[in-house]
Design a protein around this ligand. Structure first.
Ligand SMILES: [Zn+2]
Length: 145
């Protein structure tokens, strides 16, 4: 049920922001998900049902998948491994335990709609200046799921 929990956490966070902004509907949610999370399809799948009855009902979920990059201690550079589950430098073959990107689960932006009373021509768009971290993992080398 991990993916359902993730979907619910995301929805809760989005609803919190919406309420704080005085909006009564979330139109669009933009999320950044690392490939290592394995949550791309599960999140799309769970989002609709989990959002039912909340401010996020019928919101458009946009997920940007973030590729895996690792830091090679030998080359002292950020590299893209040959496969998403390979933790070796593609240049020199050194083990690269340090993941730079690929694990993140971040709420990037929300598009909100105000209630009829204070309806505007354009929906209010809020950018989370510092993205809110939804991550539940962070153990080095461990996949979420
Ligand atoms: Zn290297």
């Amino acid at each position: 049920m991990h993916e359902l929990t993730l979907a619910r956490n995301l929805i809760e966070l989005a609803c919190e922001h919406a309420r704080a902004q005085g909006a009564d509907r979330v139109k669009r949610i933009q999320v950044r998900l690392g490939v290592l999370s394995g949550m791309l399809k599960p999140l799309y799948f769970c989002f609709g049902p989990a959002a039912r009855g909340t401010l996020c009902e019928d919101a458009l979920l946009e997920i940007e998948e973030v590729p895996l990059t690792v830091e090679c201690p030998n080359c002292r550079a950020v590299k893209v491994p040959h496969t998403r589950y390979s933790f070796r430098c593609p240049t020199c073959g050194s083990p690269t335990p340090k993941v730079v990107t690929g694990r993140e689960m971040v709420l990037v932006a929300l598009e909100l709609e105000a209630s009829d009373r204070k309806k505007r021509r354009r929906p209010k768009r809020r950018r989370a200046g510092r993205a809110d971290d939804l991550a539940m993992d962070n153990q080095a080398g461990e996949r979420i799921r």
